[in-house]
Design a binder for this molecule. Structure first.
Ligand code: AMP
Ligand code: MG
Length: 328
């Protein structure tokens, strides 16, 4: 469980900021969010301004319990209820038909809305004290690495956010799994903290794997989650050799050293030992990218983990971190 630093006093203060149309950075088990009252269009619009995020990219509405789902959405299929019951609170976001309470500002103009119950004591305390829904994307500038500590948020957004709730380091470390649950058979739109194997086990049917599907998802473009340094992906067995070549060419190279090569001699400016456990890797991923930026690396050489379990979400984020830096 995450270390809880925020006190009752902070929670009440944060709820007051939300009521007055302000922005609160809040801890969740996935990453830190930049939250606003979901029913206040002006506050929601400020999120887009602060992040520099295109207004067409929909946000996730965070609620305190699955019991409140019907306040925010309409026409909930039985499969969606099953998933909510099974995985909430947790890193699963359900896309459903928008209820009237949700302004179009929060959905990027779509008639669907993304909803989830976060599994973090501070987030849940805030949602209960506030009483409404909190719409929150990750608390970083658009396209950059998501924050997983309160210090990351302060470093990235500073005074642009009215209040930062500190709930310690995020325990999952990558964003939620987003599932389009509007139809009878749900579709994964973005891999994340709940694995597709877990979803299939609960649903009892196979699901399409997002990396290979052609479904267009608003707000998912090739360059995202990117550090300042350029990220280059190579086969795991080539990481050490490629780092040496790049270092000799004059780059300040950061290396994500795969666990299988932990004993290798590496010539690089900075080396991150990639954890063998996918849970630990996911938890550390964004911190590693930030750390290599802090150390002044201009190039990061990494490889993809096996794309199963949490490895699928990690690979998705690494691909986007390495993606072309144009908006499509
Ligand atoms: P984040 O970018 O981490 O804040 O997560 C929000 C993401 O959820 C967006 O970038 C979209 O990809 C996805 N999302 C939110 N609402 C919807 C929706 N109504 N339909 C499809 N995807 C959505
Ligand atoms: Mg984000």
């Amino acid at each position: 469980m995450a270390r809880v630093r925020a006190r009752t006093h902070d929670i009440d203060k944060a709820a007051g900021v939300l009521r007055n149309g302000g922005l609160v950075a809040l801890p969740t088990e996935t990453v830190y969010g930049l939250g606003a009252n979901a029913e206040d269009p002006a506050a929601v619009s400020r999120i887009f301004q602060v992040k520099g995020r295109p207004a067409s990219h929909p946000l996730i509405v965070h609620i305190s319990s699955a019991e409140h789902l019907d306040d925010w959405v309409q026409d909930v299929p039985a499969t969606a209820r099953l998933l909510a019951e099974h995985f909430w609170p947790g890193p699963l976001t359900l896309v459903l038909r928008r209820g009237r309470r949700v302004p179009l500002e929060a959905t990027g103009g779509l008639e669907t809305v993304a909803v989830r119950v976060p599994d973090h004591p501070v987030a849940l305390a805030l949602l209960s004290a506030f009483g409404g829904g909190v719409t929150a994307p990750s608390a970083n500038r658009f396209g950059s690495v998501s924050p997983t500590t309160a210090d990351d948020v302060r470093a990235e957004l500073g005074d642009a956010v009215d209040f930062v709730l500190d709930g310690g380091a995020c325990q999952v470390g990558v964003e939620s799994t987003i599932v389009d649950a509007t139809g009878e058979i749900p579709t994964i739109l973005r891999p994340g903290g709940v694995t597709h194997e877990d979803l299939e086990a609960v649903l009892g049917c196979p699901l399409a794997v997002p990396e290979t599907s052609h479904i267009r998802v608003p707000g998912q473009h090739p360059s995202h989650y990117a550090p300042r340094a350029q990220v280059v992906l190579v086969e795991p067995e080539k990481v050490v050799a490629e780092a040496k070549v790049a270092q000799e060419l004059g780059h300040r190279v950061g290396v994500f050293l795969p666990a299988a090569y932990a004993d290798a001699e590496v010539e690089a400016h900075a080396v991150v030992a990639v954890p063998g456990s996918m849970g630990a890797y996911a938890r550390g991923l964004y911190g590693f990218l930030r750390e290599l930026d802090r150390q002044g690396c201009d190039l990061i050489i990494a490889s993809l983990p096996a794309e199963e379990g949490l490895g699928l979400a990690i690979a998705n984020r690494l691909r986007r971190a390495a993606g072309p830096r144009t908006i499509v």
